[in-house]
Design a binder for this molecule. Structure first.
Ligand SMILES: C[S@@+](CC[C@H](N)C(=O)[O-])C[C@H]1O[C@@H](n2cnc3c(N)ncnc32)[C@H](O)[C@@H]1O
Length: 212
């Protein structure tokens, strides 16, 4: 079975307990960080990658049309239920792999992902896809937990990573800032949100096309 199929199965399995599992951290911090991210979103047509159970719906800015995608049909089914309770939200949900987006080039003004690139099997490929479907000059906003690049704790995260990913579906030792650069996106700012540089809000842009 491929790593993408494994990821899909893990989240299908986690879907019934996902919201309960995250309730504490959501209350303590995630909710606040989501609000902060969405207050920075620009443009009318937005892509949300890894929409999960739809925890960002309440933060979608009014006047935007958000297309949400996710690999897991079970996470999406919970998102669909949540969306039904919010009929005013202008969004549609599609099952799709972030590593192979079925969208044309340059169709979105912005793309957002919250706690997603820790679990996408080939994160640079997924970020490349974002750079392709967001228009030149458009935004890519990511809220991600990342590897702490410090002695002892960094190698400890590397050692635990293969175990955690099997249980929780997420890699805890991802170098997401580096991956964003490797995908050719331009980083505008990185905001440290948690002690020890564990959680970052990464604000990147698709490079504007240069005329030769
Ligand atoms: C930790 S959950 C985060 C969900 C949501 N963004 C949130 O903030 O609560 C990660 C989500 O990313 C999705 N995901 C993982 N790999 C993916 C991929 N290759 N393409 C699309 N979605 C993916 C999972 O199915 C899961 O719903």
């Amino acid at each position: 079975m491929s790593e993408t199929e494994n990821t899909q199965r893990r989240y299908d399995r986690l879907a019934p307990i996902y919201d309960a599992m995250e309730a504490g951290v959501e209350l303590l911090a995630f909710e606040r960080w989501r609000k902060r991210l969405w207050s920075q979103v620009e443009g009318r047509h937005v892509l949300e990658i890894g929409v999960g159970t739809g925890k960002n719906f309440d933060h979608y800015p009014s006047g935007t049309r958000v297309t949400g995608i996710d690999l897991s049909s079970q996470m999406l089914s919970r998102a669909r239920q949540r969306l039904q309770q919010r009929p005013q939200r202008n969004s549609n949900l599609i099952q799709m792999d972030a590593q192979r987006l079925a969208f044309a080039d340059d169709v979105f003004d912005s793309a957002v992902a919250t706690f997603v690139f820790c679990s996408v099997p080939l994160p640079v490929q997924g970020l490349h896809e974002l750079a392709r479907v967001v228009r030149p000059g458009g935004q890519v906003l990511l809220l991600e937990h990342v590897r702490i690049n410090r002695p002892v704790v960094g190698p400890l995260m590397d050692a635990l990573d293969p175990v955690i990913v099997r249980v929780m579906g997420a890699h805890i030792a991802r170098q997401t800032e580096e991956n964003v650069r490797r995908a050719g996106l331009e980083i505008e700012s990185v905001t440290e949100l948690a002690p020890g540089e564990l959680v970052k809000l990464i604000h990147a842009r698709v490079r504007a096309q240069t005329v030769e």
